[in-house]
Ligand binder design. Structure first.
Ligand code: HGY
Ligand code: MN
Ligand code: MN
Length: 439
């Protein structure tokens, strides 16, 4: 037994500096800051925009200040590594994302990346070493709201999508090509995808983004997996016409069809029950004018379920309904699948490790599935992966008012640290006095 850990199997002697972590979260939150109602202050750093570049530059600066080796891969994923004592050992990787949705918060993704940086800095400060290298990473375009699908950078990293195909994806807002935007912001790296060698394991700290932990009064979520995700873009085409002169019977109004679909997806959730959720998030009528019957509507439907068979049934019912109501209005339908990921199970051993680390830190914990998608679900394709959740106040996320209590951030980051350092094998040897000039 490693004497360092003897007093408690997993409570690490390396302690994170919660104030330093909180200060970094605050510094990063100043980039792409957006003020909301009631004093809420969130973030808009859509993937590969100038705000995303600024956020990337700040975090890469912190990585370099710690003397870490930083590499950028061909899809813009960034990795910073603290060597271990065994140069042949695979790295323990900590990661998440720093891009946000348009009405994002300061914790979604950012917490997982900055907690990883904090763990590395605390390890350096402690003078202890680990056998395995420790890598902290942020992945490109996790949100997928500007360039679909979501988790794009980690999907390419694990070989789930060819690099060439990913680079040709066009943005939904301005049509920009992903590869051109990556070059424009200076993050078109050279490290190859898929990853040449998988990490030993992957651990991600993230806010829950829902109400489960808060409602249960629990601090740590031990995430057992991620539910299935299905994103479809619908383009309905009718015929624009004069609002005043066109008889109702003569209309081919795609907006009427789209409105019926919006109502129907809520009914679908009621009928299917369980974890079924559905969202029409993007809705773009054209020409969107008061006195013109719409010619076209483009909208998206986001369906999710922990059970893939039920998700497939939900997709079937949705498509059947859209065809039916479109035909009744003589409106044509085009569909485009933007994202489709089956539910993912995380590594049971890592989940148990997280549970034990929470216990060793005196924190309550609860096992639960993730309602949101995360980079960990992609890393799970190439190495044992798991996640730690901390509560979201009011269960709110993808909202400028997103918030997590500092105390929960601190406990979550320390539980992550304990799990990472146990996985990387903290060595009991003499404390290494690292010269400060390496930082
Ligand atoms: O959509 C999601 O679940 C994640 O925020 N990308
Ligand atoms: Mn996220
Ligand atoms: Mn998100």
């Amino acid at each position: 037994m490693n004497p360092l850990l003897a007093h408690d199997p997993l409570r690490s002697p390396v302690r994170i500096d919660a104030d330093r972590l909180w200060a970094r979260l605050d510094d990063l939150a100043q980039i792409g800051a957006v003020d909301g109602v009631g004093g809420a202050r969130g973030n808009c750093r859509l993937a590969l925009t100038d705000a995303d570049r600024e956020g990337r530059d700040l975090v890469v600066g912190w990585m370099r200040d710690l003397g870490l080796e930083v590499i950028v891969d061909v899809i813009g994923n960034v990795f910073a590594t603290l060597p271990g004592t065994d140069p042949t050992a695979p790295a323990v990787m900590i990661g998440s994302h720093i891009d946000t949705v348009r009405t994002g918060g300061r914790f979604d993704g950012n917490l997982g990346v900055l907690a990883g940086l904090e763990i590395i800095e605390a390890l350096i400060d402690s003078g202890y070493r680990t056998e395995h290298p420790i890598t902290v990473a942020f992945f490109t375009d996790e949100e997928g709201s500007r360039f679909a699908p979501d988790m794009l950078g980690s999907l390419v990293y694990v070989g789930g999508m060819a690099v060439e195909r990913a680079l040709d994806i066009c943005a939904v807002d301005d049509g920009a090509r992903l590869g051109d935007e990556l070059a424009r912001i200076g993050y078109a790296g050279s490290a190859p995808c898929p990853a040449p060698a998988p990490p030993k394991c992957f651990l991600e700290l993230h806010i829950e983004q829902g109400p489960i932990l808060e409602d249960a009064g629990i601090t740590i979520g031990v995430v057992e997996g991620v539910q299935g995700i299905s994103w479809t873009e619908f383009t309905l085409t009718g015929r624009s016409a004069h609002a005043g002169t066109t008889p109702i019977a003569a209309r081919r109004d795609p907006l009427l069809v789209a409105a019926q679909v919006v109502a129907e997806v809520r009914m679908l959730c009621r009928d299917l029950g369980g974890s079924q959720v559905a969202t029409v998030g993007r809705f773009e009528p054209h020409p969107n004018l008061v006195n013109v019957v719409a010619s076209q509507v483009i909208f998206t439907v986001d369906l999710r379920n922990t059970d893939d068979l039920v998700l497939i049934e939900a997709e079937r019912r949705l498509l059947e309904f859209v065809e039916q109501v479109a035909q009744a209005e003589s409106v044509s339908v085009q569909t485009r699948v933007l994202s489709r990921f089956a539910p993912v199970d995380f590594d049971h051993g890592l989940a148990e490790l997280i549970e034990r680390c929470a216990r060793s830190e005196g924190a309550s914990s609860l096992r639960l599935p993730s309602g949101a998608g995360h980079d960990a679900q992609m890393l799970a394709r190439i190495c044992p992966s798991a996640m730690v959740f901390v509560p979201s106040v009011g269960g709110l996320s993808h909202n400028l008012a997103e918030y997590t209590d500092p105390g929960d951030v601190a406990v979550g980051a320390q539980v992550l640290a304990d799990a990472v350092l146990a996985s990387a094998v903290l060595l009991s040897g003499e404390r290494v006095n690292r010269s400060t000039d390496s930082r």
